[in-house]
Write a protein that binds this ligand. Structure first.
Ligand SMILES: Nc1ncnc2c1ncn2[C@@H]1O[C@H](COP(=O)(O)OP(=O)(O)OP(=O)(O)O)[C@@H](O)[C@H]1O
Ligand SMILES: [Mg+2]
Length: 249
């Protein structure tokens, strides 16, 4: 489904990603863990080409989605970002209402042409993140009026409404309380039945709870990528063991 081949990304003179080769199968959750600054967010931003918005970025190697390079000129970046949604803990809401937030991308994409088609899509996506019952009476109220956990699920619903094949989540539960965190985690667990997910997390426990495979980055390099159960019991590298047991990082 997704493959990075010797991917190297320089950002502002820093080699943030260094020769990373990763293989991700459809319908799985891949956790990306590693200490702060190891390149997790840069990796996600490269996969949906958000990184290209920064000045002075240099990319070597390749990223292939369903076998095709995401850097080929034939692929429109807007199409790529619809297929590959990126949601982070700091993903901003639009200043308008809950409904404005949900329909903006749908309007821009031009695929959901009628009001009715858009409303159906909005309801589906909000139900999928278990937010519909909580917000159906405040769709025309300000999105900022929702709780932190609800806002986080709204940004996920907004990405899901566009029908992505791959969902990139950058520490989606950061700063949330345990109940809101649990909601996000169970959502990730159910979404994998129809989507492929790459989950960046600063919580190794979260990686252990929800992912199928875990990739461990250190200083931009991929130390190892293995089935999650193995990473947490018998990792191939000593550095991985030290990190997941909290001895370093
Ligand atoms: N816009 C930028 N300009 C300059 N350097 C950057 C930029 N974005 C990232 N970097 C550098 O690239 C490296 C990787 O950063 P990145 O944000 O990907 O790390 P991270 O693993 O997501 O960290 P965290 O866990 O704190 O979110 C760091 O050295 C960082 O300083
Ligand atoms: Mg980050």
């Amino acid at each position: 489904m997704l493959e990075t081949e010797r991917l190297t990304v320089h950002v502002g003179g820093v080699r943030a990603i260094d020769g990373v080769s990763l293989n991700i199968s459809a319908g799985t959750v891949t956790a990306v863990i590693g200490p702060t600054g190891c390149g997790k967010s840069t990796l996600l931003r490269t996969i949906n080409r958000m990184i290209s918005l920064l000045p002075s970025v240099r990319i070597e190697g390749d990223v292939r989605l369903q076998g095709a390079s995401i850097f080929t000129s034939g692929l429109r970046v807007t199409d790529l970002r619809r297929r590959v949604g990126l949601v982070g803990a700091d993903t901003a809401l639009l200043p308008g209402t809950v409904m404005d937030n949900m329909t903006y991308g749908l309007r821009v994409s031009g695929q959901w042409r009628t009001e009715r088609a858009r409303l159906t899509r909005v309801e589906e996506a909000l139900r999928e993140v278990h937010l519909w019952d909580e917000v159906k009476d405040q769709l025309d109220g300000p999105a900022e009026g929702l709780t932190a956990g609800q806002r986080r699920r709204l940004t996920m619903a907004r990405a899901l409404a566009l029908g992505p094949e791959l969902l990139l989540l950058d520490d989606p539960a950061a700063g949330l309380d345990p109940v809101a965190t649990q909601r996000i985690e169970s959502l990730i667990y159910t979404l994998r039945q129809r989507l492929t997910i790459v989950l960046v997390t600063n919580s190794v426990r979260q990686a252990a709870r929800v992912s199928d495979q875990t990739a461990f980055l250190w200083l931009g390099r991929l130390v190892e990528c293995s089935p999650t159960a193995r990473v947490f019991t018998t990792p191939a590298e000593r550095l991985t063991e030290d990190y997941v047991t909290g001895r370093c990082g």
